[in-house]
Design a protein around this ligand. Structure first.
Ligand SMILES: C[S@@+](CC[C@H](N)C(=O)[O-])C[C@H]1O[C@@H](n2cnc3c(N)ncnc32)[C@H](O)[C@@H]1O
Length: 300
């Protein structure tokens, strides 16, 4: 019944997982908890369209100077983002520079200590599977289908080895990440680094909790979560208050409350960084970069 893999395409080295519609419908409607938010009320880009915010971030990031692994592609971001408009993301350049450095360092450090799986949630045009390509390391990217379709085409055009990259389409407002990852072949018995960069703010608060809890269910004790939190602006109940086309900000919380959400969802924060401490031009208190480990005994 769970015909998991419709097919696996390896023609360009990109492994594309296509999950059968029937399995998805079961996930959405039958098995396990369903996020309480209404379907379709989530922070979607225009139906089926690639995320414009992801494109803008990718265009800005393509111009940053960044590290890469020995076998990695230092030019991956520029090539992946070719022709993408920076748009309003241009104004976020200083923040994106600090944030990108944080997530790059988390990725580099995890690979250096032998973590075999890097799971990127709301991956957009993230290039780390190419930039930090390393023997034995599997990258799994999860995002909405519209963004992934464009990303997949771009990857294919690059003709670059990406045989350790799996693209898994999912919508965090209507699907449980633990089920999605299990179906995709993520190994919950091996260590993972989970990256949530610039994505939680686009989810309603109940989907944030469902996502974080689901990731905790897939984490070994030595797994790690790296996440950016939006901590400035009105409370979650007042969102959405910013409306780039189709992609409203929905969840922002004071830092203390957000860290409590993490704890409640099974994560123990071990380090927090206000980006303003890395670049004085940034306003303090607007966002937080957090690393967290699975809480002993699970959820608080
Ligand atoms: C600002 S972009 C960040 C992309 C990437 N993490 C980066 O930093 O370049 C936000 C990403 O979250 C994804 N996203 C937003 N809502 C989502 C949802 N409900 N389910 C899955 N992905 C979602 C978007 O498609 C987009 O790729």
């Amino acid at each position: 019944m769970f015909g998991l893999l419709g097919h696996t395409t390896t023609t360009t080295g990109v492994v594309i997982v296509v999950v059968l519609f029937a399995a998805r419908m079961l996930l959405r409607t039958g098995l396990g908890r369903r996020p309480s938010g209404p379907r379709g009320a989530g922070p979607r880009s225009q139906a089926g369209e690639p995320s414009r915010t992801a494109q803008g971030v990718a265009a800005v990031r393509a111009e940053l100077t960044r590290p890469h692994s020995a076998g990695g592609d230092p030019d991956a971001a520029r090539r992946l983002a070719a022709g993408l408009p920076a748009g309003r993301a241009e104004q976020l350049r200083p923040l994106l520079a600090v944030r990108t450095a944080f997530f790059d360092e988390q990725t580099r450090a995890a690979i250096a200590r032998g973590v075999p799986q890097v799971v990127i949630l709301g991956a957009g045009y993230d290039d780390r599977a190419l930039r930090f390509r390393s023997p034995g390391v599997q990258f799994i990217e999860v995002d909405q289908p519209g963004t992934q379709a464009d990303k997949r085409q771009r990857l294919q055009a690059l003709l670059t080895p990406a045989d350790r990259l799996m693209l898994v389409p999912a919508d965090f407002t209507s699907e449980r990440i633990d089920s999605v990852l299990a179906l995709a072949g993520h190994d919950a018995g091996r260590d993972s680094l989970f990256l949530c960069e610039g994505v939680l703010v686009y989810l309603p608060s109940e989907a944030v909790a469902t996502l974080l809890t689901g990731l905790a269910h897939r984490a070994t004790p030595a797994s790690l979560l790296a996440v950016s939190l939006s901590t400035g602006g009105p409370s979650a109940g007042q969102g959405p208050w910013r409306r780039p086309p189709g992609e409203a900000w929905r969840t922002t919380l004071p830092a203390d409350q957000y860290l409590d959400v993490l704890r409640h969802c099974g994560w123990r924060p071990i380090d927090t960084i206000d980006p303003a401490t890395r670049d004085p031009a940034l306003q303090s208190g607007q966002s937080l970069l957090v690393t967290a480990e699975p809480a002993p005994g699970g959820r608080a």
